[in-house]
Design a protein around this ligand. Structure first.
Ligand SMILES: [Ca+2]
Ligand SMILES: [Ca+2]
Ligand SMILES: [Ca+2]
Ligand SMILES: [Ca+2]
Length: 437
């Protein structure tokens, strides 16, 4: 402190104490400071270890050992970050310690410290930039849709979806059909993944489609995935009517076949499946007593009651085949059955006894007994054996009556048991005479 006399004659001059020299070497009590105190940096994922990210700098006014900085770094929120970045303790350069994966962790935050006697800190926020390193992934291994064959045009069948773990355009997925769309039935919306039917389906042609779908991202270069499978099962609709195999159906049957005899197989086919193609056969417009019936499931027409050609020798009727769809479809066919004659009528004498008178000198060949009347069934006895022309009679019910009234002169194949006739001949003498019944 400087002193001086005040009010005295003697002046004493006291030398001023030397002013302390400003310290050239400050004590290590001055805190260093980061400039700036927070850092933002970006680094692309997948870069090799050692990629420089940023550099931090702290200023310490101290010199020498006291001013020497030593950077350290520690993750602020997630210790996983510690293994991925390092800071150079001397230069403050921060670089990667391992390749990064943005999809695992996209932001890393650190506190950088100079831990000297009076430490300084800064925060470093590192954002990981996306690299297109993920291909789109489908949400399902296989998509399955069931579509009725009569689905309308541009009907949506299903929607596929693939996600991409990347970001931005690297994660923007576009869809396309790779294979299986042989007839061009399907269209997929590239953006939405909605699959439409664009041309008519036909269960009778193709029952199932398997499409392979590609999902491709918008990266440069893009990544794609073609593992998407779509199975479209076409469902049958009753869109085919039964069709008779050969029409009209014609058959002949002997009049003496037994009840239950199979006359003709009336068969129709139906291109549909299940009940839509299961046919039920019925006879149409046949009244009671009709001598035929049909097996509803097989289409066999069988004899239901005894036939008699001499009553009806021809039948014409219709058969319907109807499927069991909803609603059902049906078709009809005409069937004609001709009844063939069997020699099932024996000749019969009109009288039990005949008597005649015959001149004893009657010439050989003189007529003695009148011919027996011809009988129904064509079993009559006639000279010669040529059958007369058929003379069909169409009955109002569509069935032709038998030709029983016609003289049918056919030899008996087997002896029919007919009645016996007795003939008494009285010989008269002399004059020629004719036989008298
Ligand atoms: Ca991607
Ligand atoms: Ca990525
Ligand atoms: Ca069908
Ligand atoms: Ca059908």
């Amino acid at each position: 402190m400087a002193t001086g006399d005040v009010g005295e004659s003697q002046i004493t001059v006291v030398p001023r104490p030397p002013i302390p020299h400003h310290r050239l070497h400050r004590s290590p009590n001055t805190a260093p400071q980061f400039q700036p105190s927070s850092y933002q940096a970006t680094v692309e994922e997948n870069r090799s270890a050692g990629t420089l990210v940023t550099q931090v700098t702290a200023q310490d006014p101290d010199e020498g050992e006291a001013g020497r900085l030593h950077y350290t770094m520690a993750a602020l929120f997630d210790s996983r970050s510690d293994a991925l970045f390092t800071v150079d303790p001397v230069t403050g350069a921060i670089s990667t310690a391992a390749p990064l994966d943005r999809e695992s962790k996209s932001t890393h935050v650190f506190r950088v410290t100079d831990p000297g006697p009076r430490s300084a800190t800064a925060t470093v926020r590192i954002a990981v930039e996306d690299d297109n390193d993920n291909a789109p992934q489908f949400s399902e291994r296989r998509y399955i849709a069931q579509v009725p064959e009569d689905v309308g045009p541009n009907a949506a069948v299903l929607q596929v979806m693939a996600t991409d773990r990347d970001k931005g355009s690297n994660a923007l997925v576009h869809y396309s059909i790779v294979s299986g769309n042989t007839r061009g039935h399907f269209y997929i919306d590239a953006q939405t993944g909605i699959l439409d039917v664009v041309t008519p389906l036909d269960y009778e042609v193709t029952k199932e489609f398997t499409l392979r779908i590609r999902a491709q991202d918008g990266g440069r270069p893009p990544l794609s995935n073609i593992s998407g499978l779509v199975t479209i099962q076409v469902l049958d609709v009753n869109d085919n009517a039964p069709i008779f195999v050969s029409t009209p159906f014609q058959a002949t049957v002997l009049e003496n076949v037994p009840v239950g005899y199979s006359v003709i197989h009336v068969q129709a086919i139906d291109a549909d499946s299940g009940d839509n193609g299961r046919l039920v056969y019925t006879l149409l417009e046949t009244g009671t007593g009709f001598p035929f019936t049909i097996n509803n499931s097989t289409g066999w027409v069988v004899v239901a009651s005894e036939l008699d050609r001499e009553v009806v020798d021809f039948y014409s009727f219709r058969v319907e085949a109807q499927d069991q769809g909803t609603p059902p479809m049906a078709s009809t066919a005409s069937v004609s059955v001709t009844i063939l004659d069997v020699n099932d009528n024996s000749p019969e004498f009109t009288q039990r006894e005949y008597s005649a008178r015959l001149n004893e000198d009657a010439a050989v060949g003189a007529l003695l007994v009148p011919a027996a009347q011809s009988l129904p069934g064509g079993g009559g006895l006639c000279p010669g054996h040529s059958p007369p022309p058929r003379r069909p009679l169409q009955h109002p019910d569509g069935h032709r009556r038998g030709a029983g009234a016609d003289p049918q002169c056919q030899p008996l194949g087997t002896a029919a048991s007919g009645g016996a006739g007795r003939v008494a001949i009285l010989l008269v003498g002399g004059a020629a005479g004719a036989a008298v019944p």
